[in-house]
Design a protein. Structure first.
Length: 377
C-alpha cells in the first residue's frame, strides 16, 4: 500500500491522539487521582465496563465501515461472524481443550497452556475468513436490497446453528467458564488490564483500516461504491476487491467476538441475532459509514442511549421493555439517514467548518471574490 507521506503522518497523529485519550481514561480509572473514578466523569452513565465493551464493538464496526461505507456492500448479518469468533474461542478453550484434544493426544495441552487461547483466537479468524470466502463468492453477486436480505439470511443461519447446537454449543444456555487471557503467569485481568488490551487491538485495527482506505485498494473500493460499472470500465477487479473487503470485515468481527468471549467468560446466542446485527449497522451509520474515526463514537453513543433508555424508558412508557428499545433504535436510524446521512463525524466536520466561517466573518475577514465577466479585477 503506497500512501503519500503527509497522509501517513496524518493517520499516525490521529491514532496517536486516540491512544493518548485512551491511556488517560485508563489511568484515571486505575490511579483514581483525588479519589475520582472514571464513572464519576459521566455521572455513572458510562462505566469502565462500558468502555471495554465499546472497544470490542469498535473493532467490529470498523470492519463494517470498510464494507458498507467504502465498498458500498450492505451487510445485515455481521453479528453472525462476530458469533463465530466468540464460539470458536469458547469451544476450543473449554470443551475441546479440556476433554477432546487431551483425550486423543494425552499431554498435548499441558496445565500451563496460556498460549492456547491466543492460538484459538487465530483459529477463529481463519475459520471466519474461510466461511466468509465461501459465502461471499456467490452472495456478493447480489445487489441492493437483495444483498441485504442475503447477508441477513446468512447471519440468521449462523445464529440458529449456534442456538440449536445442543451440548456442543450449549444451545440457549451457551458456554460458561471461558478462561481469562494471559501471557505466561501474567493474567490480563482485572478489567483495567483488559481495557488496555482491547483498545490496543482496536487502535491497531483502525490504523490498518485507515492505511487501506488511503491506499490504491481504498481508491478502488470507493470507485466500486460510486459506480461498479465505471470501476469495471477503468479496469478495477470489482469482484476480487468486494470479496477481499468482505473477508477482512468478518475477520475483524471474529477478533471482536474472541475478545468478547474472554471478557464475558460466557457465550450464549442472545447477542448474535438480528437485533445484534441491526445494532452494529446503527452504530456504523451513527458514527459515519465512511468514517473509520467515527466508529468508536457511534458505538459509544449507542451504549449511552441504551443505558439511558433502560433507566428512563419505563417512566415514559409504562411496562416498556427490550422490544421498545428496538423501536427507538429503528427510529434513530431513520432520522440519521434523513437528517445526517454522513453520520456524526460528517455532521461534526460540517459544524466545525461553519464555525470557522462564522469566526472569520466576526473577525472582519472577507472571502476573495472572483471577478465576473466584463469586470476589472
Amino acid at each position: 500500500m503506497q500512501i503519500e507521506g503527509w497522509r501517513r503522518h496524518q493517520i499516525n497523529i490521529g491514532v496517536g491522539i486516540y491512544a493518548i485519550v485512551i491511556v488517560l481514561l485508563g489511568w484515571i480509572e486505575i490511579a483514581q487521582p483525588m479519589g475520582i473514578k472514571f464513572s464519576d466523569l459521566t455521572g455513572g452513565i458510562v462505566t469502565f465496563d462500558t468502555m471495554v465493551r465499546v472497544g470490542i464493538l469498535t473493532i467490529v464496526v470498523v470492519g463494517l465501515n470498510l464494507l458498507m461505507g467504502h465498498a458500498g456492500q450492505i451487510s445485515l448479518g455481521q453479528a453472525g461472524f462476530y458469533a463465530i469468533g466468540a464460539y470458536v474461542t469458547a469451544i476450543m478453550t473449554t470443551r475441546a481443550a479440556n476433554r477432546g484434544i487431551n483425550v486423543l493426544f494425552p499431554g498435548a495441552i499441558p496445565d500451563d497452556w496460556w498460549w492456547w487461547p491466543w492460538l484459538m483466537m487465530l483459529a477463529g479468524m481463519v475459520i471466519t475468513a474461510g466461511v466468509a470466502y465461501l459465502i461471499g463468492k456467490p452472495i456478493l453477486r447480489l445487489k441492493s436490497h437483495y444483498l441485504a436480505m442475503g447477508t441477513l439470511g446468512v447471519g440468521l443461519i449462523i445464529y440458529i446453528l449456534f442456538r440449536e447446537g445442543g451440548t456442543f454449543t450449549g444451545a440457549f444456555d451457551g458456554i460458561a467458564s471461558v478462561p481469562r487471557l494471559a501471557i505466561g503467569s501474567f493474567v490480563i485481568w482485572p478489567r483495567g488490564r483488559y481495557y488496555f488490551l482491547v483498545w490496543g487491538i482496536a487502535l491497531a485495527v483502525m490504523w490498518v483500516s485507515l492505511n487501506i482506505v488511503n491506499s490504491r485498494a481504498g481508491r478502488a473500493l470507493r470507485a466500486i461504491e460510486g459506480s461498479k460499472l465505471a470501476a469495471d470500465t477503468m479496469g478495477v477487479d470489482t469482484e476480487k476487491f468486494k470479496l477481499q473487503v468482505f473477508v477482512l470485515s468478518t475477520v475483524f468481527a471474529s477478533i471482536g467476538g474472541s475478545l468478547y468471549a474472554h471478557y464475558q467468560t460466557l457465550v450464549n446466542p442472545a447477542p448474535f441475532g438480528f437485533v445484534g446485527s441491526l445494532n452494529l449497522v446503527i452504530m456504523a451509520a451513527l458514527g459515519g459509514l465512511a468514517s473509520i474515526w467515527g466508529a468508536a463514537f457511534g458505538v459509544g453513543i449507542i451504549y449511552v442511549l441504551k443505558e439511558v433508555l433502560r433507566a428512563r424508558l419505563h417512566v415514559v412508557l409504562h411496562g416498556a421493555g427490550g422490544e421498545h428499545e428496538i423501536i427507538v433504535f429503528g427510529l434513530l436510524l431513520v432520522a440519521i439517514m434523513i437528517f445526517m446521512p454522513g453520520g456524526l463525524s460528517y455532521g461534526v466536520t460540517k459544524a466545525f467548518g461553519w464555525f470557522r466561517s462564522r469566526l472569520g466573518f466576526w473577525r472582519g475577514e472577507e472571502k476573495e471574490v472572483e471577478p465576473q465577466a466584463g469586470q476589472v479585477a
